[in-house]
Design a protein around this ligand. Structure first.
Ligand code: ADP
Length: 268
């Protein structure tokens, strides 16, 4: 009968409905498992990167101290030179550990963010004042262009660290006699900081990776300039903590521009 046919239809419909519900649940479980697996593998990669980064200075210290121990009657200058090299390696390890600690603190959510309404112009002026002697050594000009005075709710210490990393990089990865230009602007909602340099640039295929922990285009160059590969990861975390965003544009051998956008008012 018609009735039976429609009952049958309903059963089929119900079955299909139940099946697709089940399918949805399985799909979201699979997605969750994938997320956890990705997190686990990036955690493992992180631990192995940290270990590697710390092993490198340890290995050089071992070579240096072994040779100090094995050779008797070494001239004092050589002795001192080796000790100086060991100190350099210790400083490097300290830098890596400090960067790691900053990063761990930033990862512990927003609990320890200290917001105050400050002048971003002053903050940038202070950073540039501190970096000018370093840039001056390679005759790199630091320029600041502010389109308006900007007051914003920020964590002063953390934002200083974030912008400092960008300006320091713009100096580090620059040519002698080059320039770094910092601009500051704002609209009614956000302030914008750009850090532009006339430096070596970043290859296009590396642009997506520069914010990853320990990523460096040129490990040797980064190490020689005291880089840990953590600077931009820290900068990005700080900016995200302020609910902001950061972007990078670059052309090899011409230069790089980082643009930062942060809300003027911090909303919990
Ligand atoms: P590092 O401690 O090596 O400087 P960062 O996380 O600060 O680490 O930067 C990651 C990598 O991105 C650097 O090693 C460098 O290769 C590249 N990079 C960052 N900033 C610049 C820049 N302004 N110009 C060219 N390359 C840059």
């Amino acid at each position: 009968s018609i009735n039976e046919i429609s009952k049958g239809n309903m059963a089929v419909e119900l079955d299909m409905h139940g099946y697709s519900e089940l399918h949805k649940i399985t799909d979201s479980f699979n997605q969750m498992i994938e997320v956890i697996q990705n997190q686990e593998s990036s955690r493992q990669e992180f631990v192995s990167n940290v270990s590697h980064e710390l092993k490198t200075p340890l290995a050089s210290m071992k070579v240096l101290s072994d040779s100090l121990l094995s050779q008797e009657g070494m001239p004092e200058e050589i002795y001192r030179e080796f000790l100086g090299d060991i100190t350099t390696e210790i400083e490097r390890m300290t830098q890596i550990i400090n960067d790691l600690l900053s990063m761990v603190k930033l990862d512990q959510n927003t609990a320890n963010i200290i917001i105050s309404n400050i002048s971003i112009n002053d903050l940038i002026e202070q950073l540039l004042k501190r970096l000018r002697p370093i840039a001056g050594k390679r005759n790199i000009e630091l320029i600041f262009e502010s389109f308006r005075p900007v007051m914003a709710d920020v964590d002063e210490v953390k934002l200083s660290m974030a912008l400092n990393n960008l300006i320091e990089n713009a100096i580090k990865y620059n040519y002698d006699d080059g320039w770094v230009k910092v601009t500051l602007n704002a609209d009614h909602k956000f302030f914008y900081v750009t850090v532009q340099d006339s430096g070596v640039g970043i290859p296009e295929d590396s642009l997506d990776s520069v914010f990853e922990r320990f990523f460096r285009v040129d490990k040797a160059r980064s190490r020689a300039t005291g880089g840990t590969g953590l600077g931009l990861a820290i900068t990005r975390s700080v900016i995200l903590l302020h609910r902001g965003s950061i972007k990078v544009y670059s052309k090899e051998k011409e230069g790089t521009t980082f643009t930062v956008r942060i809300p003027l008012n911090y909303i919990q």
